[in-house]
Ligand binder design. Sequence first.
Ligand code: ADP
Ligand code: MG
Length: 140
Amino acid sequence: MAVERTLSIIKPDATRRNLTGKIIAKFEDAGLRVIASRRMRLSRAEAEAFYAVHKERPFFGELVEFMSSGPVVVQVLEGENAIQKNRDVMGATNPEKAAPGTIRKEFAESMGANSVHGSDAPETAANEIKFFFRDLDIVG
Ligand code: ADP
Ligand code: MG
């Protein structure tokens, strides 16, 4: 199994409730390392660009509104099989369907306000990391 990098975002519902440390601990406990991190506030345009793949979905407007509603923490996670491992630690998109012990099961407020984003495949991980970080910002 290969060492991979993936993009993680701690979403505004979680920063608002001061949950960043508890969420990062879940990643670290699973063997993922934070090798780049920045707290920032996305503009509407940035949220639209980041989630452009979803622009035809009925929830797109709500998603952009939510993701630009408060601070987020964008980070690069590294580890063995990091893309799938991050998705496993996050849990299902719908928190009602998320497995016990996952971030979304424990912390998500709703389907939209579900505390974390994680890249879903190697190509999206590479593109999403590039969206937020220069190579120089990533220290593995
Ligand atoms: P995931 O974040 O698990 O990869 P998707 O890529 O399908 O899920 O969706 C991106 C984000 O859009 C979700 O994390 C969630 O915040 C929001 N979202 C997805 N489906 C819905 C929905 N039916 N209603 C509201 N928000 C949604
Ligand atoms: Mg997704």
